[in-house]
Ligand binder design. Structure first.
Ligand code: ADP
Length: 181
């Protein structure tokens, strides 16, 4: 098994374009669509995605649900509900960590080998980016250290500010610079 460090990538771009087995959606608890990355994923997947989501009956914060990807290049969408930032003392860090763990667990259960995550909770939900990036990398590393079936996790940064924050978090978690490829 390759070390986690060689199976996690930081990429800058649009998650709806990722050609991975699954992409993760930063959804809200209704699972009925919203703005930000959620809106972009629903627009790119087409109306069948919303139809399938309607049948799921929502999702609590920190948990995850899976649907098909419809018109997306990805075969599956894993919908997870990040915490709204309320100052950091309402369990936000633990709930965000649970989003990554539960999404990866569901991925393994469905035979997903490559998966792309957006920066959950760091848009409308206002989770501080540096801390969110550290949690994302730490949780993905811990999961991959235990689970050989996931070949690649892409952490998709929507713009250079996110990409810088993820590279900084990488240095903190791995104790070395992030290297492409
Ligand atoms: P949340 O409600 O969980 O905060 P948002 O969609 O508002 O979700 O933002 C989450 C992150 O997704 C933000 O960092 C935002 O910049 C990013 N984002 C928005 N659109 C896209 C996209 N098309 N691909 C990847 N990331 C995106």
């Amino acid at each position: 098994m390759k070390p986690a460090k060689e199976r996690i990538r930081i990429v800058e771009g649009d998650i709806t374009k990722q050609e991975t087995d699954a992409i993760v959606n930063a959804a809200n608890s209704s699972l009925l669509g919203g703005g930000g990355v959620d809106g972009a994923i629903h627009r790119a997947a087409g109306p069948e995605l919303l139809e399938e989501c309607r049948g799921l009956g929502g999702c609590p914060t920190g948990e995850a649900r899976i649907t098909k990807g419809y018109r997306l290049p990805a075969k599956h969408v894993i919908h997870t509900v990040g915490p709204v930032w309320r100052g950091g003392n309402r369990g936000e860090p633990e709930l965000l960590a649970a989003c990554y763990r539960n999404s990866l667990k569901l991925a393994v259960e469905h035979g997903v080998r490559t998966i792309a995550f957006p920066s959950i909770s760091t848009g409308a939900y206002r989770f501080p980016l540096d801390q969110a990036a550290r949690i994302a990398i730490k949780e993905c590393k811990a999961f991959l250290d235990q689970e050989p079936s996931i070949e690649e996790v892409s952490l998709v940064c929507f713009g250079p500010a996110a990409s810088d924050a993820y590279r900084k978090a990488w240095r903190e978690v791995f104790g070395e610079e992030y290297r492409e490829g």
